[in-house]
Design a protein. Structure first.
Lengths: 332, 364
């Protein structure tokens, strides 16, 4: 079989082209499925453990060996949203329990020898997180899409240098600048304000958002806007009616990433906020139990904290799947 | 519909010209094709007419009114793009209605006009589909409908058939031509496909290297090319161009053949190159006919059967091969000698120094 012939000497009946070879054998697919299942378990285990812990009663939480099967309870969530004190004496406890105007959750807490004094800080902290992460995400994406469009479509003097400068703000871990930022913020009176953290998170996210969105907008053929321009629209109208709907995938992906960063940020939130503006991340590890460390309350807080990210990601998942593979899609 | 005038219009990118100063008038209702290889400046010219690209100098007039610095949306033109530029987030109907919405037309009016134009292009049944689900031909029909619906002063088309399959291209070519005739719409059409240009244009403007090489009817650019570039670029294959030495009314060709120049050409040749000198003989493949007594001796290099005719590639010598059209009846085995003669009405001559055509009626 060493000789090469210029042309087939007999009719071609068997093709050796790889794309015509049959599907992979079943064994391979089995191995793949197994690997996927293992990775899924490893990824989900901590979350499952957290959900289980949050549903355990105080005694089940510390049981050794850990209980896999237990009687679920929602005490931890009551603990999470309340501030409580221990009864000073058995007498006070008996009196308190004897009252007939107790709500169901007050009774549940009373059974643990505690009395609810007021609503806890966590709901407020969660609200702060929403305000700060939400607003900064909106700003990051809004400014990001505008400047990405400008970088993508117009000839800007020093464009490459500007883009590099924007990227360079991410070359340093943000924590490295905590001290200067802390001092600056204190001088400017921006510490412990919503505006301060929104500004900070927007700044951190903007470089990322500009770069990511520029990639997406580059993929949109400029003929789309040109068609709108000759059809009688101004550039701004063309941007709104043509570019934005086409860039929705990129905007969704960028929104999720920016939101996750701002929502999860810990170090600056811990340093620059206190009571009034404190966000959820720094407050979760500092949840004070009454008389002990309330692991189930911490787990419940983490679970509640996780839910918005899951919702945002889930709502935008269709765009995300296309978004993270954007480099592979040809324009046109 | 409008008459479009370009007066010394030029486009520079940095120091290099994308389009050297050009003058051109596209008359009301005319179908003008800008033809040339890629990078010759034809698309830039079209974009300058549309206003999507700013001129670096010169003026553009629509019906005598200066529009050089008007925004594209104020020029009342429609542009058809090679890749359709249909908005994938809108249905075909919304796409077609888009330009009318910009003009603030009433909903009722928009619906009526969209349906009218859809009927004309036979795409009524596709109006609720999204562009992603349509074939290339149907997408381009929707794009044409979007251009037509506004009844603009001029249509500008940038290789509108370039992205289509060969079968669609032929039928769309006929459709566009028919539309043009029915609408009597001033149209500027850019293409690199010379067959398309010849088939569609009232006038063909051949461009190369940022310069207009020739501006004429399809017959003119085909039969009387202004220079070697046009001669070679138009036609498939292009014109045969053989360099030879002219003296005493004869051209000495490679391979020791002599071609007797028709007497009516001799004066013009004398005027340009003198009594003797190098000249380029040009002829189309169909201007030659094989004959035993033909003055030009060759051997068959190879031959292709094209169905209705045979294209022979004949070797004058090792460096010179010409394409000659012959009937399909006879077979021409490789290596056999063949002689051919030329139709005296269809030979052309070029000056090798300037590459320009020599004109029988006198040269400036």
């Amino acid at each position: 079989m060493s000789t090469r012939t210029a042309a087939p000497t007999s009719p071609v009946t068997i093709s050796t082209r790889v794309d015509k070879v049959g599907r992979r054998p079943k064994v391979m697919r089995g191995i793949r499925a197994f690997a996927v299942i293992v990775i899924t378990i490893i990824a989900l285990l901590p979350v499952v453990w957290m959900i289980m812990t949050s549903l355990k009663s105080p005694s089940d939480v510390v049981a050794v060996p850990p209980k896999i099967i237990f009687k679920p309870s929602i005490e931890s969530f009551i603990f999470l949203v309340t501030e409580r004190v221990q009864f000073a004496s058995p007498q006070e406890a008996a009196e308190y329990k004897a009252r007939d105007d107790l709500k169901w959750y007050e009774e549940k807490v009373a059974q643990r020898g505690q009395k609810i004094t007021r609503v806890g800080d966590f709901p407020k902290q969660l609200r702060n997180s929403f305000i700060i992460a939400g607003t900064s995400t909106i700003f990051s994406v809004l400014f990001g899409v505008l400047s990405a469009y400008a970088f993508s479509r117009f000839k800007i003097p020093g464009e490459g240098d500007l883009l590099f400068f924007i990227l360079s703000t991410r070359m340093l871990p943000p924590v490295a600048v905590t001290i200067p930022i802390f001092l600056m913020y204190r001088e400017l009176g921006l510490d412990n304000t919503y505006f301060g953290l929104i500004l900070l998170y927007t700044t951190f996210n903007l470089s990322f958002s500009v770069w990511l969105l520029k990639g997406f907008i580059d993929e949109i053929p400029k003929e789309y806007e040109e068609a709108a321009l000759v059809d009688g629209y101004t550039r701004l109208q063309a941007f709104r009616k043509v570019v934005l709907p086409q860039a929705v995938t990129g905007i969704a992906a960028t929104t999720v990433f920016c939101f996750i960063f701002a929502w999860n940020e810990y170090a600056f939130a811990a340093m620059l906020t206190s009571d009034a503006t404190r966000t959820a991340p720094p407050s979760i590890p500092s949840i004070q139990g009454v008389g002990r460390i309330e692991w189930e309350t911490i787990a419940a807080a983490s679970l509640v904290f996780l839910i918005p990210v899951v919702i945002v990601t889930f709502a935008l998942r269709k765009h995300l799947l296309r978004g993270v593979t954007f480099g592979a899609i040809r324009k046109g | 519909m409008a008459t479009i005038e370009l007066v010394n219009v030029e486009k520079k990118f940095g120091a290099s010209f994308a389009v050297k100063p050009m003058n051109m008038t596209i008359y009301n209702g005319e179908f003008v094709v800008l033809l040339g290889p890629s990078g010759c400046g034809k698309t830039t010219t079209l974009r300058m007419i549309s206003g999507l690209e700013a001129v670096t100098d010169g003026q553009i007039l629509f019906d005598g009114k200066e529009v050089t610095w008007l925004h594209p949306s104020d020029r009342d033109i429609a542009f058809v793009f090679q890749f359709f530029a249909l908005y994938s987030h809108m249905t075909a109907r919304e796409n077609i209605a888009f330009p009318l919405q910009a003009q603030g037309e009433s909903k009722e009016n928009i619906r009526k006009r969209v349906e009218e134009v859809a009927k004309m292009l036979r795409i009524e049944h596709l109006l609720s589909a999204r562009p992603g689900g349509l074939s290339g031909g149907d997408q381009q029909r929707v794009a044409l409908a979007r251009a037509l619906v506004r009844r603009p002063a001029a249509f500008l088309m940038d290789e509108p058939l370039g992205a289509l399959d060969a079968e669609f291209r032929e039928s769309m070519r006929a459709e566009i031509k028919r539309l043009h005739i029915e609408q009597n719409a001033t149209t500027v059409y850019v293409t690199h496909d010379q067959i398309e240009a010849m088939a569609m244009g009232d006038r063909v403007v051949v461009m190369s290297a940022a310069v207009v090489q020739q501006n004429g009817t399809p017959a003119e650019v085909y039969h009387d090319p202004a220079n070697l570039f046009v001669a070679k670029f138009i036609g498939s294959p292009g014109m045969n161009l053989i360099r030879g030495h002219y003296a005493d009314g004869k051209v000495a060709l490679p391979g020791d053949s002599y071609y007797a120049v028709p007497t009516d050409w001799q004066a013009a040749i004398h005027e340009v190159i003198g009594r003797a000198g190098d000249v380029i003989l040009g002829f189309r493949p169909e201007a030659a006919h094989i004959s035993e007594n033909g003055p030009i001796a060759t051997t068959v290099y190879t031959s292709d059967l094209h169905g209705s005719y045979t294209m022979l590639h004949l070797e004058l010598n090792r460096d010179t091969i010409v394409d000659v059209r012959a009937g399909r009846g006879t077979s021409y085995p490789i290596g056999t000698p063949a002689r051919f003669d030329l139709d005296p009405a269809m030979v052309r001559f070029f000056d090798p120094k300037t590459e320009a055509a020599i004109h029988k009626g006198g040269n400036q």
